[in-house]
Design a binder for this molecule. Structure first.
Ligand SMILES: C=C(O[C@@H]1C=C(C(=O)O)C=C[C@H]1O)C(=O)O
Length: 92
C-alpha cells in the first residue's frame, strides 16, 4: 500500500464514524420533530441553531479550521431541519 492509499484508508475509517454519528443525530432530530408536532412547537429554533454554530466554530482547536467547522454545522442543522419538515409533512 502506498502513502496515498494509506491516507485514504484513514479517511474511509473516519467517514464511517461520521456517517454513524450523522445517522444518530438525524434519529434524535426525528424524535424532536415528533415532540414538536405533538406539542405544537415550530421546527426552527434560530437561537438554538446560532448557539450550536457558534460553539462549533469556537471549539475548533485550530483557528484555520474555524470557518470550515462553522460551515459544516450550518449545513448540518439545515439538513436536520429539512428532515424534520419532511417527517412532519408526512404526518399531516
Ligand atoms: C433539532 C432541533 O430542531 C432544529 C434543528 C436543530 C439542530 O439540528 O440542531 C436545532 C434547532 C432547530 O432549528 C431542535 O429544536 O433541537
Amino acid at each position: 500500500m502506498n502513502q496515498l492509499q494509506a491516507y485514504r484508508k484513514e479517511i474511509d475509517a473516519i467517514d464511517e464514524q461520521l456517517i454513524h454519528l450523522f445517522n444518530e443525530r438525524m434519529d434524535i432530530a426525528r424524535s424532536i420533530a415528533l415532540f414538536k408536532l405533538k406539542n405544537d412547537h415550530k421546527i426552527l429554533d434560530g437561537k438554538r441553531e446560532q448557539d450550536i454554530i457558534r460553539k462549533a466554530r469556537d471549539q475548533s482547536a485550530r483557528a484555520e479550521l474555524r470557518p470550515y467547522q462553522e460551515s459544516l454545522f450550518k449545513h448540518l442543522v439545515t439538513l436536520s431541519r429539512d428532515y424534520q419538515k419532511l417527517l412532519i409533512n408526512k404526518c399531516k
